[in-house]
Design a protein around this ligand. Structure first.
Ligand code: HSE
Length: 430
């Protein structure tokens, strides 16, 4: 603190660090009122001050040395906004050991290293807040930690990645192919130059690990969460889904069933009536349910400088209040232990399956026999002949164990009349 004003150091003058910096300048008076203390940026660290930015930091606040900021005795709160996992972990660890509270929107670091960072913060009597790590501005982590703290949460279903939701929305509304929408999204700045973490579901897996830790009190190694991305989704599947009353979304799903947890990220058919089906474009939403709270849905911008900066600024204010009232370190790790994860093969799910087959008598029956043999029950079938002795069949299966469906599909693809199993997409009906 300096002259009774909380001092913060920002590591990373990128999108989120910049958003936070602008909010703290623009809303300084309001922030002082709600925090009951002034909050001032004492230093901003970035390795490249030549990079073009749409905000400017006075030269006397700029540095390229993160440890100069972390070790400044006047600085009370460190905001880590550099992203990535390993360097960020070193900085956050050093900040906690120096007795500073930390705010970070870094989902990768919290998902991977939260179990070491949060107890360390408890030992040093400081706060680590990470609201911006999931759902951008959406106050979902604080809702789970505080407003819903008394409730048993049975399920969380989230659209937690804006890039993939934007791509799927464009594919649905314009009928454009995945690769074309991705290229356009990159040109327009909606998708990263390297979009792998978004489109292959890794970003959503990190966010699901954080949500599950707070909702279910369980530590989950991110590598153990089932993951499938959206690169195989086609306008054909989106169109069939529409015909039978569904949209396709990339979902992060966490379910508690007795003492087991199901955690998975994959594209899914979602009924058009489901509140999450209406979440379009870059927006995120998280649908939470439990016996006491019923159904709760939180919606908002999951990325961007000012939305995510707002979540980070909220955390900064929370840390500042705790410093003023001497109540730091109130919210240590809530995880009770390792999660007991249900293997994917044991998960019960409905599925949509599209295949191309030879158009001749008996084909449907042979496939249906193999499904029946593995106890897979058919809910509906659409068959369309393409006119050149090839037909496309779309099956929707009743809910059943995933391993039964996989066994049936392995047998079906060996049939001489089956040209290709084109798509297998789970259906979320609850
Ligand atoms: N890359 C993320 C998304 C935003 O597309 O939603 C940051 O978490």
């Amino acid at each position: 603190m300096r002259d009774g004003i909380i001092q913060i150091g920002i590591l990373g003058a990128g999108v989120v660090g910049g958003g936070l910096y602008q909010i703290l300048q623009k809303n300084a008076e309001h922030i002082e009122q709600v925090a009951e203390v002034g909050i001032e940026v004492a230093a901003v660290c970035d390795i490249d001050w030549e990079r073009p930015r749409d905000f400017s930091v006075p030269p006397d606040l700029r540095t390229t040395d993160a440890y100069e900021v972390i070790n400044d005795p006047d600085i009370d709160i460190i905001v880590e906004a550099i992203g990535g996992s390993e360097a960020a972990l070193d900085y956050v660890t050093a900040a906690i050991q120096a007795g500073k509270s930390v705010v970070t929107p870094n989902k990768e670091m919290i998902a991977r290293h939260g179990e070491q960072i949060l107890p360390l913060a408890g030992q040093h009597g400081v706060d680590v807040q990470f609201e911006g790590s999931v759902g951008g501005v959406i106050p979902v982590l604080r809702s789970l930690k505080e407003s819903l703290a008394s409730a048993q949460i049975d399920q969380i279903i989230g659209i937690v990645n804006g890039t993939t939701n934007y791509i799927l929305t464009e594919m649905t509304e314009a009928g454009t192919r995945f690769a074309e929408v991705l290229a356009a999204a990159q040109r327009e700045g909606y998708a990263e130059a390297d979009p792998t973490a978004d489109i292959e579901g890794t970003d959503a897996v990190n966010k699901l690990a954080i949500l599950a830790a707070l909702a279910f009190g369980a530590r989950v190694p991110v590598e153990e969460i089932y993951r499938e991305g959206i690169s195989q989704i086609t306008p054909t599947d989106i169109d069939y889904a529409r015909q039978i009353g569904y949209v396709i979304k990339l979902l992060a799903i966490g379910t508690r069933d007795g003492d087991q947890l199901e955690l998975r990220v994959h594209p899914a058919l979602l009924p058009v009536q489901h509140p999450l089906a209406a979440v379009r474009g870059v927006f995120n939403a998280i649908f939470i349910s439990g016996p006491e709270c019923g159904e709760v849905m939180l919606y908002g911008r999951g990325a961007g400088a000012l939305p995510t900066g707002t979540a980070v600024a909220g955390d900064v204010i929370d840390c500042a209040r705790n410093i003023v009232h001497g109540s730091q370190g109130r919210t240590p790790c809530s995880c009770e232990g390792e999660a007991n994860l249900r293997p994917m093969g044991e998960i019960e799910s409905s599925a949509y399956v599209r295949m191309s087959v030879t158009d001749q008598p008996g084909v449907l029956g042979r496939i249906a026999t193999l499904l029946g043999r593995e106890s897979v029950s058919i809910e509906s079938v659409i068959q369309k002949s393409s006119g050149n002795e090839v037909a496309e069949i779309v099956w929707v299966m009743h809910k059943g164990p995933e391993r039964h469906l996989q066994a049936a599909l392995r047998a079906i693809e060996k049939l001489d009349v089956v040209e290709q199993i084109c798509s297998v997409i789970r259906v979320v009906d609850e």
